[in-house]
Design a protein around this ligand. Structure first.
Ligand code: ADP
Length: 238
């Protein structure tokens, strides 16, 4: 079963003369273990696609299913639970809480979901370890480098049993080596069965994905399977 299924998605903002068609009939399906990169000029609908996939906004028309569940049929509480349990978000500005340590930032979504503090912290530490950050667990965000903060944000996005990882320009504020490391970590998460959608303007980073979707004026204009790229360095079992 696909983790994300979007069918005939349209999104219209505003009304009358100020109406903006942000998405005009987009289909997107992402299976477990696969990463899709979304590219396109500014204003083409990339962020809108991501917020609708993440159930942060509803489409004007069309169907969205996450892990088989139709979002249209869900109550606000059910949507909130789905977001906490199944969807991880990574944004360019990291969105870490400055008053919490790296470990606390990562375990927070689990605690919000009712998992006991000790178990949540244990799983948070495991996620940090996976991303090579075990020795930074007790550091506060302002004691971490930009790349480390982004890795903490990724740990928070994949902690627990999240199925869908959504990232909006996750490498935007990073130098190219750190950006590449961040893509590698997201790909590692994919290899464990997570489905990922990554918005990027960087064609080199998009080449890490299994598929690249190009948007223009709210429509998909091209689907490309990139040639074998740096991801082949991760091993032949992909
Ligand atoms: P991208 O991420 O590719 O830059 P967006 O999804 O942010 O594109 O925007 C697509 C179009 O929708 C743009 O014309 C933008 O101005 C418009 N738009 C996005 N969000 C809103 C909003 N909340 N209200 C009105 N228009 C919006």
């Amino acid at each position: 079963m696909s983790v994300l299924e979007m069918r005939e998605i349209t999104k219209v903002y505003g009304q009358g003369p100020s109406e903006v068609v942000a998405l005009a009939g987009v289909d997107l399906t992402v299976d477990p273990g696969s990463m899709v990169a979304v590219m396109g000029p500014s204003g083409s609908g990339k962020s809108t696609l991501l917020t609708i996939a993440g159930s942060l906004e509803s489409p004007t028309s069309g169907d969205v299913r996450v892990a088989g569940a139709d979002l249209a049929g869900m109550s606000r509480d059910e949507l909130a639970r789905l977001r906490r349990r199944s969807i991880g978000y990574v944004f360019q500005d990291f969105n870490l809480l400055p008053g919490l340590t790296a470990a606390e930032n990562v375990s927070l979504p689990l605690e919000l979901d009712g998992i006991g503090g000790r178990r949540a912290r244990q799983r948070g530490l495991e996620a940090l370890e996976l991303l090579g950050l075990a020795d930074r667990a007790g550091h506060f965000p302002d004691q971490l480098s930009g790349g480390e903060r982004q890795r903490v944000a990724i740990a928070r996005a994949v902690v627990g049993d999240r199925r869908l990882l959504l990232a909006d320009e996750p490498t935007g504020a990073l130098d190219s080596a750190t950006g590449e490391a961040v893509m590698r970590l997201m790909l590692t998460a994919c290899k464990r069965g997570v489905a990922a959608v990554v918005v990027t303007h960087d064609a080199q980073l998009a080449a890490w994905a299994d598929r690249v979707v190009f948007l223009r004026d709210g429509r998909v204009i091209d689907h490309t399977v990139p040639p074998p790229g740096p991801e082949s360095l991760l091993g032949a079992d992909r």
